[in-house]
Design a protein around this ligand. Structure first.
Ligand SMILES: [Zn+2]
Length: 118
């Protein structure tokens, strides 16, 4: 029943012949690292929290303040990429789809997206 093994244990990228030019030429600023996702781990480059972290969400809400649909389209694309990459990293113990949805889209789909105010 459903025992169709492809023969390979995991879909790992394996060895690839890198000419070495891939790592060179990428210079990142040491200060003020933006709260962007470190792929394929999908952790924040700045604070190491699962992306989108709180600062990233705040920035996205401000950036897309006038266009909620565009924000959801963007987050949907990120969710799609993250689901694929995280399942590739953890083929046996992948992330729960419901939790991924809540993490990427759930916080932005409420009736109103509010910035934390005091
Ligand atoms: Zn962060």
């Amino acid at each position: 029943m459903g025992g169709s093994d492809p023969g390979q244990p995991a879909g790992r990228p394996g060895r690839s012949a890198h000419p070495g030019a891939d790592l060179a030429g990428q210079r990142r600023p040491v200060v003020s690292i933006p709260h962007t996702p470190l792929r394929p781990l999908w952790l924040c480059r700045s604070c190491a929290a699962p992306w989108p972290c709180a600062p990233a969400r705040l920035r996205l809400i401000q950036e897309y303040a006038d266009d909620r649909v565009a924000l959801l389209v963007y987050l949907g694309g990120m969710l799609h990429d993250a689901a694929g990459e995280l399942h590739r990293l953890h083929p046996d113990d992948g992330p729960d789809p419901a939790r991924l949805f809540a993490r990427f889209l759930g916080w932005a789909t409420g009736p109103t997206v509010r910035c934390a105010r005091r």
